[in-house]
Design a binder for this molecule. Structure first.
Ligand code: CP3
Length: 346
C-alpha cells in the first residue's frame, strides 16, 4: 500500500474515509501481560527505551493484538532531558526521578552537544520499526512539548501543583525562556531525526498545558508548539504533526487557528460536538474517549465510542483516548473498542 493510502495519514491530511483510523495513547504498556513479561526480563524502564530490540518488540505488541492503524514509537518524553545530559531514572512505584534544575543558572549543566548520540538507540528503534510494521500501519514518532518536559526537569519528577516550575515562570521569565528555547531546539532536531529514521507522523505531548493560565499557556505552550511545527514543516513538509495540549479548554481554538498543525488531540474534557463545530472545519481532530470508560467496558464503552464516532466521524478524525491507557485496562475491552471503530460506517 502506498504511503498516501494509509488510513491514518489520510485522516491527518484532512480526508474523511468510510471509517476513521484509530490508535491509543500509551497503547504499549503495563495493561498487556506480554509487556509485563518483557519488562521483567529487561531491567530498568530506561534500559527498555534504549534497547532497540526490546523497544521494537514492545511497540509491536498492541499492533499484533488489536491491529491499530498507528504504531507509536515506544519511548518516553523524558528522553529529551536524558539527551541533554540531565540524570533521568524511573523508580518502581515512584515514577520518573531527575536531578532537579533549581534555576536558570543550572541550564549550563545541559548541552545539545552529544544529544543525538545519547538518544541514538531511539532513532535505531524507529529505523527498525519502519522495516517491521505491516504496510498499512502508520509509524508515529513523538516528543514531549517544552512546558511539560520543563516541568519534570525543574520539579525533578511528577508534581501536583508545579510550584517550582511556576515560581520560575513568574519570577524569572527571561531565564525560563532560555530553558524553553533550548527545549524547542532539542525537540525539533529530535523529531526531525525520527522522521529521517522513518517516522511518518509526529505527536507532541503537552500533558500539563492545562495547569497554566491563558497568557502563560499561550507563551509557554502555544508559541513553542508553533515554532516546533514551523521547523518540522520547513524540513519535512509531508509529515503531519499532531498537537496534544491537554486541558487547554477554549484555547484549543487558538491552537487550531495559529499553530499550523495537521491535527489536535482532544482531551476527555473537550465536548465532541463543540470540537466538530469549532475545530474540525480547520484541521483533523483526534480523541477523546475517557480512559476510565475503557476500564469499565460493557454498555457504557459501546455507547461512548458510538457517541464520539457520531459527533466526529463525519469529518477528518482519528479515534483515540482523551489521555493514556491506564494499567488496569482489561485487554478485552481494547478488542471491543477496535471492533466498534472498525465496524463503524460513515
Ligand atoms: O503511547 C505509547 O505507547 C508510547 C510510549 C509512551 C510512554 N510514555 C511509555 C511509558 C509515551 C508516548 C509516553 C509519554 C509520556 N511519558 C508522557 C505524556 C503522555 C501522558 O501520559 O501524559 C508523560 C507525562 C511521561 C512521563 C512519564 N513516564 C511518567 C509520569 C511515568 C510514570 C507513570 C507511569 O505511568 O508509570 C512514565 C513511565 C512510563 N512511560 C511507562 C510507560 C509504558 C511505565 C513504565 C513501566 O513500565 O514501569
Amino acid at each position: 500500500m502506498a504511503t498516501k493510502d494509509k488510513l491514518l495519514l489520510r485522516a491527518l491530511r484532512g480526508q474523511t474515509a468510510t471509517r476513521p483510523p484509530f490508535w491509543l495513547m500509551r497503547q504499549a504498556g503495563r495493561y498487556l501481560p506480554e509487556y509485563r513479561k518483557l519488562r521483567a526480563e529487561t531491567g530498568s524502564f530506561l534500559d527498555l527505551c534504549l534497547t532497540p530490540d526490546a523497544a521494537v518488540e514492545v511497540t509491536l505488541q498492541p499492533i499484533r493484538r488489536f491491529a491499530m492503524d498507528g504504531a507509536i514509537l515506544f519511548s518516553d518524553i523524558l528522553m529529551v532531558p536524558h539527551g541533554l545530559g540531565q540524570n533521568v531514572a524511573f523508580e518502581e512505584g515512584r515514577g520518573p526521578v531527575l536531578d532537579a534544575l533549581p534555576d536558570a543558572r543550572a541550564i549550563a549543566r545541559l548541552s545539545l552537544e552529544g544529544f543525538h548520540d545519547r538518544v541514538a538507540p531511539v532513532y535505531e528503534t524507529v529505523r527498525r520499526l519502519a522495516g517491521a510494521l505491516p504496510k498499512e500501519v502508520t509509524l508515529i514518532g513523538f516528543a514531549g512539548a517544552p512546558w511539560t518536559v520543563a516541568s519534570y526537569m525543574i520539579e525533578g519528577g511528577s508534581s501536583r501543583d508545579f510550584a517550582l516550575a511556576k515560581s520560575w515562570i513568574y519570577g524569572d521569565p527571561d531565564g525560563f525562556a532560555r530553558l524553553i528555547d533550548l527545549l524547542v531546539e532539542a525537540t525539533s532536531a529530535y523529531l526531525l531525526r525520527q522522521v529521517e529514521a522513518g517516522a511518518e507522523a509526529l505527536q507532541l505531548f503537552d500533558s500539563w498545558a492545562g495547569a497554566l493560565a491563558e497568557p502563560a499557556l499561550r507563551r509557554w505552550c502555544l508559541e513553542p508548539a508553533k515554532e516546533i511545527v514551523r521547523r518540522v514543516k520547513a524540513a519535512a513538509p509531508h509529515v503531519p504533526v499532531i498537537l496534544f495540549p491537554r486541558g487547554a479548554g477554549v484555547l484549543y481554538e487558538a491552537f487550531a487557528a495559529e499553530a499550523g498543525a495537521a491535527a489536535l488531540g482532544l482531551d476527555t474534557g473537550v465536548p465532541a460536538s463543540w470540537a466538530a463545530k469549532q475545530l474540525q472545519p480547520h484541521l483533523a481532530v483526534q480523541g477523546n474517549l475517557d480512559p476510565m470508560v475503557l476500564v469499565a467496558g460493557g454498555a457504557v464503552l459501546d455507547s461512548e465510542v458510538r457517541r464520539i464516532l457520531g459527533a466526529l466521524g463525519g469529518g477528518p478524525f482519528v479515534f483515540n483516548l482523551g489521555h493514556g491507557i491506564v494499567p488496569q485496562t482489561p485487554p478485552d475491552h481494547v478488542s471491543r473498542l477496535a471492533e466498534l471503530v472498525r465496524g463503524w460506517k460513515n
